[in-house]
Structure formats: C-alpha cells, structure tokens
Design a protein around this ligand. Structure first.
Ligand code: ATP
Ligand code: MG
Length: 536
C-alpha cells in the first residue's frame, strides 16, 4: 500500500478487498448457475469455496477474475465498482485465477507460456529473465517443472504447476485456485499450502476451490459454500465441522453426508467391507517385460511385469510422473511400447489401436479427460456413445444411429451418475468440470467391460460422486471384473485395492496387500527408497 493509499483510507473506509454483491449468472442456454451470490473478501485471508459438482464455484470465480460477465449483480472494491472486460484487466487490477481447465499453449515450454502471459511480446532476453524468475519462484514455492519441454509433453500435474507459477509470477493480491490440488501429489499440496500461508501473511487474499474437506480444514480461515448457485454458508473454518460442511454442500441428511466424508477423509475401506472373494484363477491382464518411452524419449516404463486378475482391484500408487501415464497409455493403445508383451484374456494388445483394444472389452477412464475423454463441442449424447456407437441397440437400418435410443441411454446415464446438465443435447463444454468427468466415467463403466483401466477416476468429483464411483468400482470387482486403478490419491488406493503396486521411475518398488503396507513404508517406497535394504 502506498502512502497515498494509506491517507485516503479513512477510518470509515470499508476493510474488504473486494465484494461480490447479488451475483446472478444465467448462461445462454438458460442454465441459472448463480443466484444472488454475495461474498466479501478481506486482505490476508484464505477462503475455501465448497460445493457439489455444478454448484457454481467455477462460474462465480470466473466472474471475479474477469472471464465471464455477471448477468446481474456487481463486484465492488473500496474504491467503487469494478468491471473487468477480460482476465487481463483483472490481472492488472491484482486478481489472478488458476483455472480448472488449463489454458496453456501446448507447443510452448513453461517459460514461454509464462512469458506469454505477461503483456509484452517476448524476446530471447526476456525469456532468459523469465526463466531466472521462474527458477526462483519454483524454489520458493516448491512447485517444480521442467522449463524447456513443450507443456503438452508434461504430465497433467506438471501442467497444473505451470498454471500456478504463471499466476504467481504476476504478483497478484487475490489469487483464485480452482481445484489446484486434484492433480498435485501430497507433498506438492503441502508445499502449495505453505506458499499460500506465506502469501496470506503478506496480506494477499486467496480463494481455494476444493472438494477435499481435509484441505479446507488445514489451510483456510473461512469456508463459504455454494449449493445450486446460492451461497448457503459462510463460517470460520475453526467453527466448522466436516459433517456440517458436507451437510451444507449437499443439503441432505447428516448420515449420508458424513459417510461420504468418512470415506474421503479417512480412506475408509468401503471396498473391504463388501469384499467378496471372487478373484479368478486366470489373470485378465498379463504384462510381461513392458518397456515404454515417455514423450521426451526417456524410458518411462522399464521392464515391467504384473498380472491383474478378474475380481481384483490392482492399485498403482506413486508420485505422478513415474511412468503411470505411459503405462496406461501403452495398455490402451495410445502409446507405442518399445518391448515386452501385454495381453487381455490371452490375446495380445500391444500394437493394436485404441478402438481395437476398446472392442476387446477394455474400458478406459483417461487421466487427461479434457484431451482424451470428451469432445467438448459435441453434445452429451454424442459424447456418451463415443466408442460404443457400434452397439447393436444404437444402430438402425443402413447403420443410421437411433438417436431416440441413444438419448434414452444418456438420460439413464445422467440419472445413474447424477450428471447435472440441461439435457442429452447440451454441449459437453456447458457441463461443470465434475459433471464432465461423471459423463466419461459413466460412459466407460456402463459398457460392462472385462477390465477397467481407471486413471484418477474420482479426481475433481465431489464427495458424493466420488463415493459413488468408488462403490461402483468395488461392485464391478465383486462381479469378477478386473480393475487397474491408477491414482495419486493414496487414501483411495489404500481403500479400494486388493493389491497395491508402488511405482517409482518406471518400475514397481513392491506389489503387496494393503494390509502389509503402512503409510510410512509407502511414503518411502514412493520416494524410491527400498525399505528392506534400509534407507540406502
Ligand atoms: N458454458 C456454459 N454454458 C451453459 N451452462 C454452463 C456453462 N458452464 C457451466 N454451466 C452450468 O452452470 C452450472 C455451474 O457450473 P460450474 O462450472 O460453475 O460448477 P462448479 O461448482 O465449478 O462444479 P465442478 O465442481 O463440477 O467443477 C452447472 O449446471 C453447469 O452445467
Ligand atoms: Mg468447477
């Protein structure tokens, strides 16, 4: 604050940094995303913004950050109303947002992307300066990314880090993070949170959108809750119990809400409770000596061998970027394997294209859902039948698609997976982030496949939806399906898996039953420390 600012700020001046008043947002298709939502943001506080998938969190913060205009209502600062015509204007004012869906230029590296986000066109000299600044910022924040690799070659978690660094490099007063932690490892989350605390101590304001109540408790000062577009709660974190928050979010009976919280916060073994001993004699998936290269030509999966049986959930845990993505891509036909073999029910799958593998009964919930999972401009109905449009029931005479049947199928999916959308003909891009994910997960699991390859299946889902998907995976397991679960969420892997592999630098450090692994051991294995041999 300058001296002048201090003088003009008389005693009676309002003490907030920004205030949203009566914000209503009606999208062009008539969806009312926000109804008269208010929020006062103070300096030096971290606000947790909670709400179910589709509650309006992203819409609200996009309005604050200048990406969307409100239909009604206003945003005011102590100096008067502010109206941003673009995120750039909001940034110059001091508001920066890290979006749920990244806005990076794929062919540019991290440094170029950050330089690009600053106003001027960038020169080689500037790029050098940006790199230097980024290096400092990375050291300070604990968020590390390779600076020289095109960002499209980076893992989702790394891309997220680039987005965060991009906004941090702008020195904002209000930092808005839309589900930043869903793609970060636990260690990175800790580092990000210490950074947020430091920013807060410097007097910055932060809005953190998350579905994880544990995170809310650990880092926020105040929690606000949106439900169906309305602000239904505003409580100091210290006074809010997780049960209360869950209840505010879902507006349902406490019992139901708290069981979802339990699963999420404690990683309760919902799967184990219902465990049926159904493991098949023969493995469904057999991988032998598989070696796969990553985007930059390095060995990402090295001489890996394992089997996944029917009736088991085989969990792959580990810090993201240790070959999990490459493994999944190789098994689903999205990436060429260098050597080794992989088969499903005895039939080779390496070298086949994704469609052929799909047709062999492999369902794939991809990690990078916005790139691989959905065609955003397409409607829900079109997206819901991607890959299954050859199903008999969807085909009419002369191979015409039977849209009546398809729409009915979509309505069932919407019902079953609680996909909140205007209807089967709404474009996928009009769905909230979590609802887009439910659409993919629903589409894939509805195929009743032999094997499900699920990468981060509950990432970005609200607690109710996450519980539903986890229960469904367990149910499929109990029906004898094979599940390969890759998840950065350790609680999830521990809760669901029958066997767990810890992946580190392209290899499995161990394959064990969850009951034989404690957290400390897992932590060490995730860091590449072989436990039996001691911490060498
Ligand atoms: N471009 C759009 N056109 C039409 N409707 C939209 C658009 N974007 C979002 N919506 C709708 O507005 C509502 C709020 O969406 P929003 O993305 O703000 O939810 P959210 O709270 O961020 O959910 P999530 O946790 O799933 O990310 C949803 O019903 C969604 O379908
Ligand atoms: Mg959102």
């Amino acid at each position: 604050m300058t001296e002048e600012d201090r003088l003009t700020k008389s005693k009676s001046a309002p003490d907030y940094y920004l205030r949203a008043e009566g914000i209503t947002k009606v999208y062009s298709n008539g969806t009312v995303a926000l109804k008269e939502a208010d929020l006062e943001i103070h300096r030096g506080e971290i606000i947790g913004l909670l709400g179910e998938n589709g509650a309006g969190k992203t819409t609200f913060t996009k309005i604050l950050s200048g990406l969307l205009p409100p239909t009604k209502g206003r945003v005011i600062s102590p100096r008067g109303p502010v109206r941003f015509k673009s995120p750039r204007e909001a940034l110059s004012f001091g508001i920066g947002m890290v979006y749920q869906h990244f806005a990076l230029v794929g062919t540019f590296n991290a440094a170029e992307n950050v330089a690009l986000s600053h106003d001027h066109p960038f020169s080689p000299i500037q790029l050098t300066t940006t790199k230097k600044k980024l290096q400092e910022l990375m050291d300070e924040s604990g968020l590390h990314v390779p600076l020289d690799v095109p960002v499209e070659k980076l893992a989702v978690g790394e891309q997220q880090r680039v987005e965060i660094l991009k906004v941090l490099s702008r020195d904002v007063d209000l930092l808005i993070l839309d589900e930043p932690t869903s793609v970060l490892t636990p260690l990175e989350v800790d580092e990000l949170f210490s950074l947020l605390r430091r920013l807060k101590a410097e007097g910055k304001s932060i809005i953190l959108i998350t579905h994880k109540l544990k995170e809310v408790g650990s880092v926020t000062d105040r929690v606000v809750v949106l439900r169906h577009g309305e602000m239904v709660g505003d409580v100091p974190t210290a006074q809010a119990s997780t049960e209360q928050l869950a209840q505010l979010m879902v507006g349902k009976a406490l019992e139901e809400a708290s069981s979802a919280v339990e699963l999420q916060d404690k990683g309760l073994p919902a799967g184990k409770r219902t465990r049926a001993n159904v493991r098949t004699k023969q493995p469904v998936l057999v991988v032998d000596g598989l070696t796969v290269k990553g985007n930059t030509g390095e060995i990402a999966v090295e001489d890996l061998s394992f089997e996944v049986y029917g009736g088991e959930i085989f969990g792959v845990a580990g810090v993201e970027g240790n070959g999990q993505s490459e493994l999944v891509e190789a098994l689903t036909g999205l990436r060429h394997a260098e050597s080794g073999s992989a088969s499903i029910n005895g039939k080779n799958i390496l070298g086949l294209d994704p469609r052929e593998i799909y047709m062999m009964g492999v369902a794939h919930i991809p990690e990078d859902r916005w790139r691989l999972g959905l065609v955003l401009p397409f409607t829900l109905a079109e997206n819901a039948i991607l890959g299954v449009q050859r199903w008999e029931e969807f085909r009419g005479p002369m191979s015409f698609l039977r849209w009546g049947k398809i729409n009915q199928h979509v309505r069932e999916l919407m019902d079953r997976f609680e996909i909140r959308a205007a209807g089967p003909n709404a474009p996928a891009k009009s769905l909230s982030g979590g609802n887009q994910q439910k659409l993919i997960v629903g589409r894939e699991l509805a195929k009743d496949p032999h094997i499900v390859v699920a990468s981060q299946p509950t990432r970005g889902l609200d607690i109710g939806a996450a519980k539903y998907i986890r229960d469904l995976l367990v149910e499929m397991r109990n029906k004898g399906r094979a599940i390969l679960l890759v998840s950065a969420d350790l609680d999830e892997v521990l809760a669901l898996s029958d066997r767990i592999a810890i992946m580190y630098e392209g290899r499995f450090m161990t394959i064990a039953s969850p009951s034989d692994l404690d957290r400390e051991t897992i932590g060490m294995l995730m860091g590449g420390v072989a436990v039996k041999e001691g911490a060498a």
